[in-house]
Ligand binder design. Structure first.
Ligand code: PLP
Length: 393
């Protein structure tokens, strides 16, 4: 027993076990589909961000293979050296058109995008105002900035105004950052009000639309489009890893933003660019989304159906305004036990516990997609009922 046995970590892991929140990571032995194989068993997958069913889509796969044949397996370098292939350039142009913005610049992931952009666009003498429920990658991105920081209560516009009134005059730039869709509850940011406050107090706005991309707005153009706020949000972040089915993140906005970020966004300078297969697939995903909103409409129909059935079955499903369906259980150990019982009955739903959500607000987060059938969703509701009855005993 010495330092290198890492006993200091064993103490922490033992505590997780004592708290009933220790998990063995599931190993998925199949592609991401409505049904997946875990430990040799086929289960209903209600735990993925593959909103539109693109993760295993034949057209995206064919595009990926074609990109590999033409451009190879790896980009070979960071974007700012020799890793910026014509395919990457094409993707950025297509994203700018789709998002109805001047320009877009692509990162290796949504997480990397927040880690790179926030610190590059803020400086000493600036202030960042962040919603208390913002995503971890925003929190980490904000930590990397030299600006001062303040957190406002979740979607509380009176609190945001209070901080702005108190502090605005002491700073050069003030950047208001919010998720477009809050990923653990499924509620929308009050973007029209935020845009008005930003104009009143002369602030910049930054919306991370990871769960809004492909979900809200015309053909899935996102939350900014949903609220018709083009031109009033300075930085729109999106992910290419959720609805678009592959991997990557981007920020859309002004051309000058793109020029600055290609000099100072550290993930673009110090981490290799996305592989061609991914970029080829993403171009096809954008093409699909532009051609038709069929998958988007199916996603909403499925989400609305599932939420209605769960509410009817007596579950507390919170206040989601999107297909994200939290099933609020509160207790952490109960949440983990509930998900285990669901899995035994062939339903895979992920338990969300601390530190992803505050202690006492544990929940199961059900993620429906466009690819689920009504029969699959109804079956899931039935199993939820059975498990609830079983655990109540
Ligand atoms: C998922 C998520 C991210 C991270 O996106 P990845 O592309 O998976 O890295 C960033 N922000 C928010 C709000 C998210 O929900």
């Amino acid at each position: 027993m010495g330092l290198h046995d890492l006993d200091f970590l064993k103490v922490k892991v033992d505590q997780l076990k004592a708290d009933g929140v220790y998990r063995v990571l599931p190993i998925v032995e199949s592609a991401n589909e409505p049904e997946i194989v875990i430990n040799g068993k086929t289960v209903l997958n209600l735990a993925s961000n593959n909103y539109l069913g693109f993760a295993n889509h034949p057209r995206l796969k064919a595009a990926a293979i074609k990109a590999v044949e033409q451009y190879g397996i790896g980009a070979g370098a960071v974007k700012t050296i020799s890793g910026n292939q014509s395919l990457h350039d094409e993707l950025e142009k297509a994203l700018a058109v789709f998002k109805r913005e001047e320009a877009a610049i692509v990162f290796q992931s949504g997480f990397n995008c927040n880690a790179g952009v926030i610190q590059a666009i803020t400086d000493v003498g600036d202030l960042i105002l962040s919603d208390e429920l913002n995503h971890a990658s925003i929190i980490d991105g904000v930590k990397l900035s030299k600006a001062d920081k303040a957190v406002y209560k979740h979607s509380d516009m009176a609190d945001l105004r209070r901080i702005l009134t108190e502090k605005r005059s002491s700073y050069t730039n003030v950047l208001i950052i919010t998720d477009g869709v809050f990923s653990m509850d499924g509620d929308l940011a009050k973007l029209p009000e935020i845009a008005e406050l930003a104009e009143e107090f002369q602030c910049l706005t930054y919306v991370d639309d990871a769960h809004g991309s492909g979900v809200l707005g015309e053909n899935g153009r996102g939350t900014v489009d949903h609220f018709h706020l083009h031109g009033r949000v300075d930085f729109t972040i999106g992910t290419l890893s959720k609805a678009l089915g592959a991997m990557g993140g981007y920020v859309a906005g002004r051309q000058i933003m793109k020029e600055w970020l290609s000099h100072r966004a550290r993930p673009l300078l110090f981490s290799t660019n996305l592989p061609p297969a991914v970029v080829g697939a993403l171009l096809e995903a954008l093409k699909l989304m532009s051609e038709s909103d069929e998958a988007n409409r199916k996603l909403w129909d499925n989400g609305n159906h599932f939420k209605a059935q769960m509410a009817k079955a007596g579950f507390d499903i919170g206040h989601s305004e999107t297909p994200i369906t939290p099933v609020m259980l509160g207790d952490e150990a109960l949440t983990v036990a509930f998900s285990k019982a669901l899995l035994e009955k062939g339903i895979f739903v992920s338990p969300i516990v601390f530190p992803t959500v505050p202690k006492g607000k544990a929940r199961l987060r059900v993620m429906v997609s466009a690819a689920h059938t009504t029969a699959q969703l109804d079956h899931a509701v039935e199993v939820f009922r059975e498990v609830a009855a079983q655990l109540r005993k």
